[in-house]
Design a protein around this ligand. Structure first.
Ligand code: HEM
Length: 141
């Protein structure tokens, strides 16, 4: 996968012995907590929720996102094993994503990051990745 976070920027006090962002955050519990908080925010978001094919049951979407992000950050490869190559832009073409949807996605993610209380050494590379990934998912002006 292209555009991994620049892990050299994460190499500071709290995480100095960690080799990957996945290790730096202490592994899967962080990704599960982030996915949970993020989808809690989506569930009450009037712009994002209508985009989800099964808006009453966000559990499967949350699980796919959690596994994807953990793998992207250097963790286990369960996402690829289950879903194959992410092809995220292609998978998102089914949903109308313009600037408003992109910005709501990022706002929900910031809310989720706030709730997890992750240190800046980890938050900065994650936010940098999310900013560019959310823009890459935009498929409408
Ligand atoms: C920019 C605004 C975005 C919107 C509105 C959006 C919306 C959606 C929707 C509606 C789905 C389908 C959920 C389902 O399968 O039930 C989905 C799937 C997914 N999204 Fe997003 N998304 C956005 C950005 C992102 C970003 C930036 C990432 C990654 C950093 C991401 C990662 C994923 C993943 C991993 C899936 C599951 C793909 C699969 O089927 O395996 N999304 N998204």
């Amino acid at each position: 996968m292209a555009d991994r976070p620049d892990l050299r920027r994460v190499d500071h006090t709290a995480v100095e012995s960690s080799r990957t962002l996945y290790d730096a955050v202490g592994g899967m519990p962080f990704f599960e907590a982030l996915g949970e908080r993020f989808y809690d925010a989506v569930a009450s978001d009037p712009v994002l929720l209508p985009l989800y094919p099964d808006r009453m049951e966000l559990g499967p979407a949350r699980r796919r996102f959690t596994l994807y992000l953990a793998e992207y950050c250097g963790g286990p490869t369960d996402y690829s094993a289950e879903r194959g190559h992410p092809r995220l832009r292609q998978r998102h073409l089914a949903f109308e994503i313009g600037p408003a949807e992109r910005d709501r996605w990022l706002a929900c993610m910031r809310e989720a990051l706030d709730a997890t209380g992750v240190p800046p050494q980890v938050r900065v590379p994650l936010e940098t990745y999310f900013d560019s990934a959310a823009e890459a998912m935009r498929n409408r002006d």
